[in-house]
Design a protein around this ligand. Structure first.
Ligand SMILES: [Zn+2]
Ligand SMILES: [Zn+2]
Length: 98
């Protein structure tokens, strides 16, 4: 099974952290859907190994959405343990905690 290491590296990159911080500042740290405190920056166009290096997608403010955890989980229709997100909004992979 292929591990999307490139995605992992992207989420650790300074350029992502910068784009993420900018997004959070732009929306005053509030979830863009319910107005709760937003903590997770979501990519409207899901990142994949094919588009992660396309900064018009991966770092485009228009493709980012600040969500609270509930809204983010709903967005991904994910409630199982293996699909949760950490506090930086990164998917938690149970096979690779870290
Ligand atoms: Zn919300
Ligand atoms: Zn998301």
């Amino acid at each position: 099974m292929k591990k999307p290491k490139v995605l992992h590296n992207f989420y650790k990159s300074d350029s992502w952290r910068t784009a993420r911080e900018l997004k959070i500042m732009t929306v005053d740290s509030l979830c863009e859907r319910c107005g709760a405190i937003g903590i997770e920056v979501h990519h409207k166009v899901r990142l994949s190994i094919d588009n992660v290096n396309d900064t018009s997608i991966s770092l485009n403010q228009d493709n980012l959405e600040l969500l609270c955890r509930d809204c983010h989980n709903k967005e991904h229709k994910r409630f199982s343990k293996e699909d949760r997100f950490d506090k930086d909004g990164n998917p938690i992979n149970p096979k690779k905690p870290q």
